[in-house]
Design a protein around this ligand. Structure first.
Ligand SMILES: Nc1ncnc2c1ncn2[C@@H]1O[C@H](COP(=O)(O)OP(=O)(O)OP(=O)(O)O)[C@@H](O)[C@H]1O
Length: 261
């Protein structure tokens, strides 16, 4: 795959506010993902993680503020140009009936395809390699709708990789995945030189794989920093209302979060 040749993007979320159901659900959130950075977004249910990510992949127009990809407003870009630079894994699995896993992954090529001609063989190779990266090549011929939750999730991650983006926006990429696939998918994201904004629930995974973590609570970014800076017992108690024991991984040095007593 030619991922290493793709230039990582810069995402700049500036003072973004969103309202839903007559309520402000994001309040002046600012966040910059530097090229190549893996930036995690954590926070309790309803904190606004998906809302923030949806503004980044242009599914939701913020009431105020701007979202810039490589300095250009995503809401002013042609859809196709955006899709060539940014791929998203939304929280809801689309119902792609009748399509095989291969077909769903291949949809990621659409923004790169020319009207006439194009590099069909090259496209096909990228689809195959991406499915291999998430260990779904062997199930490529299966109907997408009949796959398990974790298998579907991995096909959708492959579809995002097929886009060869400079920016990945992943809403709970480890949702439905077993322990090994959680690890493998995030390790894969880490290896690729692609800027990544990912909403994660598992703080230990976030600590292990993110360069920085943004903590959202009630629509506000209450902390942004490295895992060590952000994942403290006092902050977790304040934000989640749980007593935790934060330690240090003996080999990686990443913080580890355990429930307290
Ligand atoms: N269309 C909508 N109408 C009304 N309220 C909405 C709508 N969309 C989102 N909300 C509310 O906005 C808040 C933020 O939702 P969001 O999905 O961004 O949270 P989240 O942090 O991703 O949560 P979770 O961890 O549960 O996935 C929630 O209180 C939610 O109920």
């Amino acid at each position: 795959m030619s991922h290493h040749e793709v230039r990582p993007a810069e995402l700049d979320i500036r003072d973004v506010s969103c309202t839903a159901g007559g309520r402000e659900v994001l309040s002046r959130v600012s966040l910059t993902a530097e090229p190549g950075e893996v930036l995690g977004v954590v926070g309790p249910n309803g904190a606004g993680k998906s809302t923030l990510l949806r503004t980044a992949y242009r599914q939701l127009r913020p009431a105020e503020g701007r979202v810039l990809l490589d300095g250009a407003d995503v809401f002013r870009m042609p859809r196709r140009s955006l899709a060539r630079r940014l791929a998203a894994l939304p929280q809801e699995t689309p119902a792609e009936f009748e399509l095989t896993a291969h077909d769903v992954a291949a949809m990621g090529r659409a923004p790169h395809r020319r009207r006439i001609g194009g590099d069909r063989l090259g496209d096909e190779r990228i689809v195959t390699v991406s499915l291999e990266m998430v260990e779904m090549a062997e199930l490529a011929h299966r109907q997408f709708a009949q796959l398990s939750g974790g298998e579907k999730q991995r096909v959708l991650i492959a579809r995002a990789l097929v886009q060869e983006p400079g920016m990945l926006v992943l809403d709970e990429p480890t949702n439905h995945l077993d322990m090994r696939h959680q690890f493998d998918v995030l390790a894969l994201v880490r290896r690729l030189n692609v800027t990544t904004l990912a909403a994660l629930h598992d703080l230990n995974l976030a600590a292990r794989f993110c360069d920085r973590i943004c903590v959202l609570a009630a629509g506000e970014a209450v902390a942004i920093g490295t895992p060590v800076e952000v994942l403290t017992e006092s902050l977790l108690s304040e934000v989640y209302g749980v007593h935790t024991e934060v330690g240090t991984h003996p080999r990686t040095g990443a913080p580890t979060v355990l429930f307290g007593d």
